[in-house]
Design a protein around this ligand. Structure first.
Ligand code: ADP
Ligand code: MG
Length: 358
């Protein structure tokens, strides 16, 4: 892990206000070099605002940004966007409609000689596999082709860091996954440092080396995909990354005691305090031998790759939701026996935290 420790970008106490509203509050983050960092969050959480501050198309109301050890933004510093070695790929690609693909690629290379520029355009077109599109104009390209041209244009000046704002959100579901896979392959092959904005947790889990979960202008958690999914710091983080069943229990001697079992946790709470368990749907399964928790099937919804099953457990007010990847023969109303995998249960102090929207 010799490169693992290198930091491309240091963000320190960044603040941005619009009028009286603080849209970014004290954002502090180290962006690793040669990795893909995903900025993940609900719409309005401040992702694009942060990206714009990094690109230099907007200035913060406080804080600093350092890039490769050099301050590019600070109380008395503001390096212009074109002097930052940062590439920006816009959500709508923002290709110049009146320029050919080649001229779009050459746009950020005006400082080079004609020969150098031509060589760089040819090189990046080859790398991003758009050589066959070079004479075409943007309107004649498919969505996926436009996306690749936009990527190539952002990469052509060889930026130290590539910023991409929701780069896959304009593509149809079917194409999105393919383009996403190819883009990630390209970025990895180039050893690029990239920050990719997304509101889609599955996209962040699939693409990111590091996930930065944002919440109302603050950073909720920074972690690898496995770590954020397996060890969310809050109910918000747990529920943002995937569905959870919430269950209130009583904290006692290092365990959260609930009507369906006691779960270990790491809470600094006095015994007898109410606390919260978040149980992933896949933590629950139906036992054939009847040795588990006694429950009843309340509803079943077939969703293709799995079946969503709502289960009533007698002492609980609300049903538990589980996902089953094989077909369950029991009908609605049937008595079943439930098993719970405690490794998929997360325990938190605050039982009344608001849920993520959408
Ligand atoms: P995201 O990209 O996460 O959806 P944004 O960074 O675009 O969120 O926006 C964060 C918040 O800042 C939103 O509430 C948005 O309305 C507000 N905002 C963004 N830009 C401006 C602006 N130029 N003037 C006023 N409010 C803005
Ligand atoms: Mg945005």
């Amino acid at each position: 892990m010799s490169e693992a420790g290198r930091i491309a970008l240091e963000i320190d106490g960044l603040v941005r206000r619009f009028g009286a509203r603080e849209v970014l509050s004290d954002i502090t983050l180290a962006v690793p070099e040669g990795k893909i960092t995903c900025l993940l969050g609900e719409s309005g959480s401040g992702k694009s605002t942060l990206l714009r501050l990094l690109a230099g198309v907007d200035a913060p109301d406080g804080g600093r940004i350092r890039m490769g050890g050099r301050e590019i933004v600070g109380p008395r510093t503001f390096i212009e966007p074109e002097d930052r070695a940062i590439g920006f790929m816009f959500q709508d690609y923002a290709l110049f409609p009146h320029l050919s693909v080649d001229d779009n690629l050459a746009f950020g290379l005006r400082h080079l000689s004609r020969a150098e520029r031509d060589a760089r355009v040819a090189e990046v077109a080859e790398r991003i596999s758009i050589g066959h599109l070079r004479g075409r104009f943007p309107h004649s390209l498919s969505g996926g082709e436009q996306q690749r041209v936009a990527l190539a244009r952002a990469m052509a000046p060889k930026p130290a860091i590539l910023l991409m704002d929701e780069p896959f959100s304009n593509l149809d579901q079917g194409l999105r996954e393919k383009v996403r896979r190819e883009t990630v392959q390209t970025l990895r092959a180039l050893g690029a440092t990239a920050i990719i904005v997304t509101h889609d947790p599955q996209e962040a889990l699939a693409v990111g080396d590091l996930i930065v979960l944002m919440r109302e202008g603050t950073i909720e958690q920074v972690a690898s995909p496995f770590a954020i999914y397996d060890n969310p710091v809050s109910p918000y983080a747990a529920e943002f990354m995937g569905p959870c069943n919430r269950l209130t229990g009583i904290w006692s001697q290092g365990m959260l005691e609930t009507p369906i079992g006691a779960f270990p946790g790491n809470l600094d709470l006095p015994d007898g305090t109410l606390a919260l368990a978040c149980i992933r749907p896949q933590a629950l399964s139906i036992e054939p031998d009847g040795a588990g928790i006694s429950a009843r099937v309340l509803g079943k919804t077939f969703i293709g790759e799995s079946e969503q099953i709502d289960i009533q457990v007698h002492p609980l007010g609300a049903p538990l939701r589980m996902h089953s990847h094989f077909r369950i023969p029991m009908e609605v109303g049937a008595r079943v026996s439930l098993r719970l995998n405690g490794a998929q249960v997360h325990v938190f102090a605050d039982p009344a935290q608001p849920r993520p929207e959408g």
